[in-house]
Write a protein that binds this ligand. Structure first.
Ligand SMILES: [Mn+2]
Length: 208
């Protein structure tokens, strides 16, 4: 298992953990975390299949998302779809955080699972799934509908590729350090039969 170095940027801190399918040297699972004028864009991408060609598709997605990070998530998926037509394609989930109104706008195509864990002092811990729609970016897009969710400081977004088993968020302690959460998810819920990547991001707000 490999860890990304935990990072802090405006509004968001995050950590990652990943595993490469045995026998391959390169993962088809990638992520980006990029600052935007109003906040931050987070994305996790799973190139179809595994190995070099899957990695190639994911790299095109990462480059496109980094370049156009300030655009809407719908525009970003369309950009990726165009840029990735000559690749195998990929599934991906995007989340764009904004400090202006404390929101997260998210959109998933295919099965990169997204879960938002809330730390509401009164309601306790609650979870919400990010809606995913079937499709493959670079090949066939579903009707794109972004979902806007309010977020509060302390809320945690987890994005995981399908190399991680569903249900990974059950019994998580979200007050734990982010790297520890990422490591636990990857080591305890990684399938071992596919590339796996999990990104855990905490919304910190801008102090206003
Ligand atoms: Mn996969």
């Amino acid at each position: 298992m490999s860890r990304g170095t935990p990072q802090t940027m405006r509004l968001v801190e995050y950590a990652t953990a990943s595993m490469i399918i045995p026998g391959e040297s390169e993962s088809g699972d990638r992520y980006i975390a990029a600052p935007t004028p109003t906040g931050a864009l987070i994305a996790v991408i799973d190139g179809l299949g595994h190995g070099v060609e899957a990695a190639e598709a994911s790299k095109v997605a990462v480059a496109t998302l980094e370049r156009y990070a300030s655009e809407s998530v719908i525009a970003l998926i369309r950009r990726c779809n165009e840029a990735m037509k000559t690749t195998r394609g990929a599934v991906m989930s995007l989340a764009s955080f904004s400090a202006q109104n404390h929101t997260m706008t998210c959109l998933g195509v295919g099965n990169v699972e997204g879960v938002l864990l809330r730390t509401d002092a009164q309601a306790g811990q609650s979870r919400e799934s990010i809606l995913m729609r079937g499709g493959v970016v670079g090949f066939r897009l579903p009707t794109l509908r972004a979902l806007v969710m309010p977020v509060s400081p302390g809320d945690i977004l987890i994005l995981a590729t399908d190399g991680i088993r569903s249900g990974f968020e059950i019994n998580l302690s979200i007050s734990a350090p982010l790297q520890q959460i990422a490591d636990t998810i990857c080591s305890q819920h990684g399938k071992g039969t596919d590339d796996a990547l999990v990104l855990v991001a905490r919304y910190m707000g801008d102090g206003s």
